[in-house]
Design a binder for this molecule. Structure first.
Ligand SMILES: [Ca+2]
Length: 146
């Protein structure tokens, strides 16, 4: 599940490509990508918060891009409390040693989705009735004897 496009054409604004899933940042009048070098969880946290989401699902290296999209950011190192990726330690705009195969992507979610994930992972199977338990024990004994 990708975050929807939510970028406005403002300096430092973020959006996520709905087709390839990579993160894009607006700088100097143009959307560009962010390199995955040294990417860490704190970076995703800041990115998701900036996009208007409460939680990070995961980050990943997105599908390679073809074309001439600028690689705006590289070696991003956030603490996790920054309001924007622009506030994180990083190389200067456009300075990078990356290819367009190294675009970082993020998946974010909000509170409701978090609850859903929680329920899916932690809902236990309903307790067995007494007779079902007995049957399972008998089957076990049979298999040991044969
Ligand atoms: Ca780098």
């Amino acid at each position: 599940m990708y975050c929807p496009l939510s970028g406005t054409d403002e300096e430092g604004s973020l959006r996520v490509s709905s087709t390839l899933g990579h993160l894009e940042i607006f700088h100097s009048g143009q959307w560009g990508t962010i390199c995955d070098d040294q990417w860490k969880a704190e970076n995703s946290k800041v990115a998701c918060r900036q996009l208007g989401y409460r939680f990070v699902n995961r980050s990943f290296t997105a599908e390679p891009l073809t074309g001439t999209s600028p690689i705006w950011m590289d070696d991003v190192q956030c603490i996790g409390t920054e309001e924007s990726l622009v506030d994180c330690d990083r190389k200067a705009w456009g300075e990078n040693n990356c290819q367009l195969t190294e675009n970082i992507g993020v998946e974010c979610f909000d509170g409701n989705y978090a609850l859903l994930q929680y329920l899916l992972h932690y809902t236990l199977p309903s307790p067995k009735t007494k007779s079902q338990s007995k049957m399972l024990v008998l089957e076990g004994q049979n298999s040991q004897q044969s």
